[in-house]
Design a protein around this ligand. Sequence first.
Ligand SMILES: [Ca+2]
Ligand SMILES: [Ca+2]
Length: 258
Amino acid sequence: MPTITFDDPAALANLAGAARFTFANNYTESDMSVADGVSPADPRLGGRAHGHYHLGYEHPGILEQVIQGATIDVTAEPRSLSNHFGDHIIQLTYDPNHDGVPDPFDLTGIDVLSGTLNVGVEFASGDIGVFNNLASDGGSRWSLSGGTNIIRATLEATGSIFTVDNIAFAAAAPQPPTTPAKEDGQHGHCGDEGATDRGAPDSETLMATASPLAEAPEGQLAPDEHDVLTALSEEILGAFGVEPPGTAHPASHDAVIA
Ligand SMILES: [Ca+2]
Ligand SMILES: [Ca+2]
């Protein structure tokens, strides 16, 4: 089962400046692309794009060395993913045949190293659902069930900074050519903790269960690091051609959940 680790040297090398200051967009590993914002825009979702997210260093002190100009192969440094701001939304799409059309996948797990986020999904049917309030509690592995045959997942900030890693997924199983009518009468059921059904009546049941990570997360984008990066952002964003924060975005990015 593929896992997005944010550690792949070749994938990091594809990013502007190899994301040495952690600013990044469109990181792609195992044919899963992680993009700032939602494209095409979806008025059913809240949140907005910020031009970049952060691939923070897992090893403490690396960012400080990079800022001070040390010679470090930053593509060999493992990373984790953080949002840039508290209303940020980050999209995952899977395109193993590289034709530009997202292909269906099953989202099965995610490490939440710090903070809290919601994880939204869009089913191949067009319905949407959400795993609500996936919290770190000091470092948690969330096992996700029900997010199957989806064409998009969204990491949705809930007002603060989250850090995630090791997003597990699988290519969706081939689907029957026609979908039989459901007969169980359980549409819209809410799962256990952290899971609710956001979508249309025929959305699947979504369930999320947390377990502590085996080891405390070694590193993450600490709040003070985030402040350092924000202070540096004007210069760094310009140097790497990344859109600065606060840039106007289409109004649809600001839409709220109906
Ligand atoms: Ca990692
Ligand atoms: Ca495709």
